[in-house]
Ligand binder design. Sequence first.
Ligand code: SIN
Length: 564
Amino acid sequence: MTVRRVDGRLAAPEPGWSVSADVVVVGSGIAGLTAALRLRGQVDRILVVTKDVLGAGSTQWAQGGIAAALGPGDTPEQHEHDTLVAGAGACDPQAVRVLVTEGPEAVRELIALGAHFDLHPGGELSLTREGGHHRDRIAHAGGDATGAEIQRALIAAVVAHAPEIEVVEHALAVDLLVTDDGGVAAVTLHVMGEGQHDGVGAVRCRAVVLASGGLGQVFSQTTNPAVATGDGMALAYRAGAVLRDLEFVQFHPTVMWLGSDSRGQQPLISEAVRGEGAFLVDWEGNRFMQGVHELGDLAPRDVVAKAITRRMIETGHPHMWLDARHLGDLDASGASVSGFWARRFPSILATCRRHGVDPETDLIPVAPACHYASGGVATDLWGRTSVPGLYATGEVACSGVHGANRLASNSLLEGLVFSRRIAEVLPRELRPWAEPVADTREPGLVDASVRLVLQEEMTSRAGVLRSASGLRSVIGSVDRLAAAPATTLGQDAWETTNLVTVARLLAGAALVREETRGSHWREDFPDRDDPRWAGHIDWAILDGRPCEEFHAAAPTDELLGVTT
Ligand code: SIN
């Protein structure tokens, strides 16, 4: 398949300043800050760069929690089983084994670092359940503010270790500069602001750890914050790294519906609310998840998102409803007896009320919205990408743990576990200092004005429900949008170019995969097709041209003898 789009380098001014650091960590969520903290003392100079302020990424917004086999009776094998089943045959079994066996220790370390998780009165971790889990194994903090607490603890630790770990905020990573062996030599940054560095500069370095999060802003409605514009994936791809499984984008089933015109980041209603007993109903009050899956309202996310979407299509309504009223234990006067909502889900309660819905007395309008990129920059079990000196961790990476559909609350864990692993190998793999070769790639830039149209096209044709005709049409549109020459350089245009780049690859992979698997739902190929499609679709630039390649791999849930 031929692809026409911006895949040289981002058009940007020549670097006006230059500094050096042994390791540059791009991104400041759980993955980036864990990598920086674990590398401390092992390499001389660590620079964390982040596009906004330290706490502005996706970690901050995680509600439900972090999954690990920490509860009585639970085992890594059971967690492994649930992860493989949710991944619909497309996980890397070795990566999953790493995740579930190293996860409990990684969470204990996070607690030792200062993250306060919710406890039972006896002092044991309070664990809850989310979709696809057969055990209570989700540790949470502040009720539904798990990510915010983890982010707080990690920032405190990083700040305590300045200047060993240096931080530059408001810094967009523009492109990698490479040596003559194609390995990392520097990263160019655009720093907005005051401070020592301003405008575009280069950080010479011996390794880069990409931890820059996902691509949710490719779609019109997402739970992701505004910074999630696929920058890390696009930068890695332009530098020659392999991107894998981009078609597997998870849509969270219960995102608060704020109206058909609402755009950008939308409020998440955590799956943990269903874990505590809430259930979905249609406009006539029917519990439509019953009979769809043995786990009912707690079926894996793709199953619930599809059931909601089907019901929306069948009934012509723009959303369904979540009934969580009984969680409040109201007395006859309508007052909450137990204070359950305020204690367990204080942030969601406040958000719903801010939007005029009281979950103690009202149904919550919900619809699926883009939540998580299960694919990304392909890595091995140690976070290494195909570009020497470039590592990736967290949502930007495709480590293989999520397959076609991420199990709830496995994402914070993935960032934690694989960043620890990177810090184990990277210090002894540090590359010698080397000059970057002249960057001869064609510069390109897409006009920032196309972003809204791009999001609308992607949402209507490459979102929850896909078909060959819709995908061909969206690919044509993206290619046309990519040709809109930018009139102004700047963050908006760089981000839009990155969005266009990842959108095109995502839609291309979705068109190629002629089956339905996990979060990839093809109307025209409604069944999973292991003989043809068990495996991964990779994108990479080879000899200056974008190439897509399918690699067959044994379906991993079959290894467990699980039927789907
Ligand atoms: C949620 O709280 O429902 C989201 C958790 C996750 O995405 O893993």
